[in-house]
Design a protein around this ligand. Structure first.
Ligand SMILES: [Zn+2]
Length: 67
């Protein structure tokens, strides 16, 4: 059987907001981005949510592993 390439077949390019980075606890920028991402998801703007996640992940902090 030959499979057709459909959009329902493989979720390759879907920017699913499942892979959420951990925002730094005391970083206002990360907190704002987290909030923006959540709001974007709420309105179905997963592209923007993904952008927020990327920004959080790339946001530089002095200590990387704080808890
Ligand atoms: Zn930050």
């Amino acid at each position: 059987m030959k499979q057709q390439t459909t959009m329902d077949d493989g979720p390759i390019d879907l920017p699913l907001p499942l892979d959420r980075p951990e925002p730094a606890p005391q970083c206002g920028v990360c907190a704002a981005l987290t909030r923006q991402g959540a709001e974007a998801v709420a309105v179905g703007d997963y592209s923007k949510a993904s952008d927020c996640n990327i920004e959080i992940r790339n946001h530089p902090h002095r200590g990387r592993h704080r808890s």
